[in-house]
Ligand binder design. Sequence first.
Ligand code: NI
Length: 379
Amino acid sequence: MTKDFYGKLAAIRHEIHQHPEISEREVETTAYLKKKISDLGIRILDSQLPTGLIAEIGQGQPIIALRADIDALPIKEKTGLAYASQNEAMHACGHDFHQTSLLGAAELLKQREAELSGTVRLIFQPAEENFQGGHQVIAAGGLEGVSAIIGYHNNPHLKPGQLGLRSGAIMAGVEQFEVRVKGSSAHAARPDLGIDTVLTITTMVNSLQSIIARTVSPFDSAVLSVTHIDAGTTWNVLPDSGFFEGTIRTFNPEIRQQVLERFNTIVKNTAEQFGAQAEIKWGNSPRVTYNDEQLTPLIFENSKKFAEVLEVEPSTGGEDFAAYQEKIPGVFAFVGSNGDEHAADWHHDDFIVKDEALPVAVNYYVENALFLLDYYQKS
Ligand code: NI
């Protein structure tokens, strides 16, 4: 990457970073991206997406999609950076960096449009943080005709210049649960006259912890955390109802199924044991980000051209890129973006992505798009 091009991309990222917009409100961001993309002479598809955009370079089959997410978080920035956010939101997950690198890749691919053996589809995806955007893009026809999709997330625990990959699960399947328990109120001195909501809930919470410990193989992994309990208002009354919520993370679709079944059984049986009623509500959250086992080793090798490629452990975070991988083969990587010992994690108010990570991110899109176009052209 030339020094001039690097400088231009860094400036674009700083500009986007200063004007973050949260999920499904990426209106100015979309307008900004549309302007940049049409200034490059790249055609924008009429996708009907409320925010975000889809564009194409080249023509015909195969089609390879490159995806970057564009939304920010409702967090007040405390990095003290010269280009810090100018409003109440913050690009605390580095999606400013993702979209900038896709703009950079778009410019380089446009310059080489004549040599493309097919089409590169650029997906600037809205609403990753609330897990709506992937579904919106699919509903808008964003994957139609696409052979494979690639995407990445910046990773502050890897250094600029590094790229992390693995076949199979690279990010967790996320479940968000909420359990409402209905008992029957009674005086604390006469529990026999009611149904104890507090004891029902705490028994459930205890038993749920046995799921991972006693049903998941020691060679596999999963996490279950109850993070919020609410029941009762005072010391001498047993409450009528209460609730608790939390999350489950899994890395294997079969284990996910097992854990969910066990969860349902425990909640149902515990409620029954105490004569209470329980209702479980599951949130809309992403499945496992599961890297295609055929394509990933190829992308791993090809990426050695421009990065130090490492085989990484999966992250327990979730990513709505999983929605695409349920439809078509996809590869999701981690691009090293900080690497300092005390670098803040995603979603922290002092989270910092280094500009120096831009070349690997741009090359990841460009080199792997070119590679996959040839791969699918031949197959
Ligand atoms: Ni993110």
